[in-house]
Each structure stands twice: as C-alpha cells, then as structure tokens.
Design a protein around this ligand. Structure first.
Ligand SMILES: Cc1cc2nc3c(=O)[nH]c(=O)nc-3n(C[C@H](O)[C@H](O)[C@H](O)COP(=O)(O)OP(=O)(O)OC[C@H]3O[C@@H](n4cnc5c(N)ncnc54)[C@H](O)[C@@H]3O)c2cc1C
Length: 395
C-alpha cells in the first residue's frame, strides 16, 4: 500500500511515522519546511489530566500524545526539551474559583488527576506568582516540549522507518484515477511532480480546506491567528507552564453556532475575552500568548500583545518591567463546531482528513497522527474515533 500525507506538521509527521512502522510506503508532501507552520510556532504546552476510568476520545488524544512525546524523548533518545513539571491554571476571581471547583470535581469523578490548590499551596509551588491569587488548577501530568525539535524528531523517526519527506513541494491538484487510486500533483520551484497512492491524508492544518476544494469538498476548518511574545532570557524562576482561568470559564458557557468556531478571544475585530498561556523556556525566555482571531492575516496585533503582557503581569508581577523582545504569529486549524475531524472524507474513497485540532494541536497531534494512520491501513484504531468522523460534518 502507498500513502501520501499532505503536510509535515505534528499531525503529518506523526502519521508518517506510524504508517512507515506499519510497513506502508509513505511520502509526505510539504509546501514549506517540517514544522514551518503552527507545529513549530506554538507555546509547547501539552495538556494531560490523566487517563481517568473510562477515557473518552478527547482524553485519549491528549494522554496518547503525551505518551508519544515521552517515548520520543525517553525511548528513542531525542532531545525535544521534554519537561514533566505540570501546568497551573491560575484563578483570580471568586467566579473563576467556582468554575474551577465544578470543573475539577467533574473531572475527578471520572478518575482524572486535576487538583484544585489554594493560594498557599500555589505560592509554595511557584513563588513567582502573585500571592493574592485565589489558587490554581494543577495538572500534574501536563508536560511541555520544544515544538520545532519535537516535530522534527517525528519526521526523523518516520524517515528512519522508511518514509520519504519532500519539503518545498506544494500540492496543487488531487485527482481520482480510474484504478481507484489517487494522483497528487506538486509544484516545487519550476518542477512539477505527480505521486500516485492508494490513500491520501489531509494533514495540512488550516489549509485542509484548500485541499478539500481541489476535490470539490467543503472542509469546515478555518484559520485562526494565534500570536506570542518572548522576553529576553532571564534567570530560571518559573517551573510550571502557566494558563489563566479567565477565558476558560467564559468559553465553558459558549454555544457553538457552526458558522464561526467557538473559543475565540475576538468576535471579528472586537475583543470578547482575554486568554493566556505560556512558560519559561529552558533558555530563560518567558514565552506567552493567548489571542485567537479568526483571520488569515498573520500580522502581529501589537495591541493584543500588550493586553496579553498586562494580563501576564497581573498574574506574575515579576513580568511587569520585562518587555516583549520579539513577537510572532501562526495560523491554527479551528473547526466550525470546535471538534477535531479525524476520519474518511465522505464520498471520496481513499481520502482521509486529520485536522481541526485548534489551539491544542501540539498536545493532541501525535495521537491524531497515529489514529488516522491505523484507520488508513485498515487496523482498528486504539481508541474509537467515530465521534470525530467528518461524515455528516462537512458543510
Ligand atoms: C501561536 C500559537 C501557539 C500555540 N500554542 C499551543 C500550545 O501551547 N499547545 C498546543 O497543544 N497547541 C498550541 N497551538 C496549536 C498547534 O500548534 C496546532 O494546533 C498544531 O500545530 C496543528 O498541527 P497540524 O499538523 O494540524 O498543522 P500545521 O502545523 O499547520 O501543519 C500543516 C502543514 O501543511 C502544510 N501545507 C499546507 N498546505 C499545503 C499544500 N497545499 N501542499 C503541501 N503542504 C501544505 C503547511 O505548510 C504546514 O507545514 C498553538 C498555535 C499557535 C499558532
């Protein structure tokens, strides 16, 4: 069997590794470079929460991906900057505390490992936080990794297992053949190539919709700009990854409308909430971000950076006089209904979609890649992914 994977982000490289290890011929076609888009531009925060008693597919995507990162670092020997310290979601208001209490209680009833901790416990864990905060949700199993290194490590492992990765190769056409196979055409500089395959996986992040258009399918995934800032390197003072409860609480009450994705910080140009997550990298840089704006425009919004910096300084006062030294943005793949899309593309035998992982795709991509690869080769995926199937969800 031959499979073409389109996109060498975290999903595509992970899928390629599983496919190659299953003995399948696999070619990854990448328009730019490995980890050149969101998979290399993100904050590197990988949520966990524990498997719980009866893991849902959402739990499996997070915890299975976490296991794959740990395997990359600890069994396969890659330096991916893996750090197992955990994440703290900081709570500032009574309203946030009530939300956190209910959310942790619900998770713990399912056997998951989130903990609600008091101010004293929080300051004991992280003296760098504002001591007037009400507490935090501790995700002790959350990990983090360096995005470029980790995505490239998947690519390296995939190539060692036999996959071919072609960078600077933009897919420009996808055509069915009369023998039930597919033909994928690429343009690389002045050269045009055609690849033939039994199956094609769309792992092109927010550009999955462009691939869909090549075969007349509306893929309900849109681009949402995320942006980040980093300080100059500082002495290491922050051990955990940090998030804020503020937007998470608001988003819990949000309805999906299937025309714009849920969990954004802006409605059109207008801010509706503030979000924040980040960490101190091993080189001492503080790296934070959180805005999610529905646009393909990659221009960094400097007002948004300053709102985020102020928000970080409210929670970590030591940041107040530490200005952003550099900023960047990336496009995240948000689905219109807020759920990942993993499975066969209806009406097009041999085409598969693995996308829509939104703002949590670094933490969910490795397992997504594994599950789609198994589906493609006809193996029963380790977890039931039928609730994420694109069938009946294409607009
Ligand atoms: C600023 C920012 C911070 C984030 N922070 C976190 C975080 O801390 N934790 C977390 O879990 N997630 C985070 N995310 C989200 C996460 O990075 C994404 O969800 C994830 O990387 C998506 O992976 P992907 O493989 O689906 O897509 P991508 O990484 O976008 O990869 C898709 C690839 O497809 C290629 N491609 C597109 N079109 C074509 C074509 N026609 N032909 C060939 N190749 C093509 C692209 O060049 C690209 O390399 C963040 C994202 C951003 C932008």
């Amino acid at each position: 069997m031959d499979v073409v994977v389109i996109g060498a982000g975290i999903v595509g490289t992970s899928a390629a590794l599983t496919l190659a290890e299953r003995g399948v011929g696999v070619v990854v076609l990448e328009r730019g470079s490995v980890a050149g888009e969101a998979s290399g531009l993100n904050a590197g925060v990988i949520g966990a929460g524990g498997w719980g008693d009866q893991p849902t597919i959402d739990v499996a995507l997070n915890m299975g991906s976490r296991d794959r990162y740990i395997d990359l670092a600890q069994q396969r020997g890659h330096d991916i900057g893996l750090d197992l310290t955990g994440t703290l979601t900081l709570i500032r208001t009574e309203e946030e505390w009530r939300w956190a209490e209910a959310s942790v209680k619900a998770d713990r009833q399912l056997g998951r490992r989130f903990e609600l901790i008091t101010t004293e416990e929080l300051v004991g864990l992280e003296p760098f936080v504002d001591p007037t905060l009400l507490g935090a949700i501790l995700d002790p199993l959350a990990v983090r990794a360096e995005p470029v290194k980790a995505t490239r490590a998947f690519a390296t492992e995939a190539m060692s297992a036999g996959a071919v990765i072609k960078t600077s190769s933009a897919v420009t056409a996808i055509r069915p053949r009369t023998d039930d196979r597919w033909e994928v055409e690429t343009e690389a500089k002045t050269q045009r190539d055609v690849f033939r395959a039994d199956a094609v996986i769309f792992a092109a992040g927010p550009w999955c919709a462009e691939l869909g258009a090549m075969v007349g399918v509306n893929v309900p995934i849109v681009a949402v700009r995320g942006q980040m800032w980093a300080s100059e390197p500082q002495p290491l003072v922050l051990r955990h990854a940090i998030a804020a409860a503020e937007a998470l609480r608001t988003w819990d009450d949000e309805d999906t409308n299937n025309t714009t994705p849920p969990k954004l910080t802006h409605r059109f140009e207008h801010r509706i909430t503030r979000h924040l997550y980040g960490r101190q990298r091993p080189n001492g840089e503080f790296v934070f971000g959180g805005d999610r704006v529905l646009t393909t425009d990659r221009t960094v919004d400097s007002d948004g950076i300053s709102v985020n910096h102020d928000h970080v300084a409210e929670l970590l006062p030591g940041i107040q006089n530490l200005p952003p030294a550099r900023t960047w943005s990336g496009l995240m793949p948000f689905s219109l209904d807020g759920r990942p899309l993993i499975g066969p593309i209806p009406g097009h035998q041999g085409l598969f979609l693995a996308g829509g992982l939104a703002s949590g795709g670094f933490g969910r991509g490795p397992m997504t890649g594994q599950l789609i690869a198994d589906l493609v080769v006809g193996r029963e995926p380790e977890f039931d992914i039928t609730s994420l199937t694109p069938v009946d969800r294409m607009v």
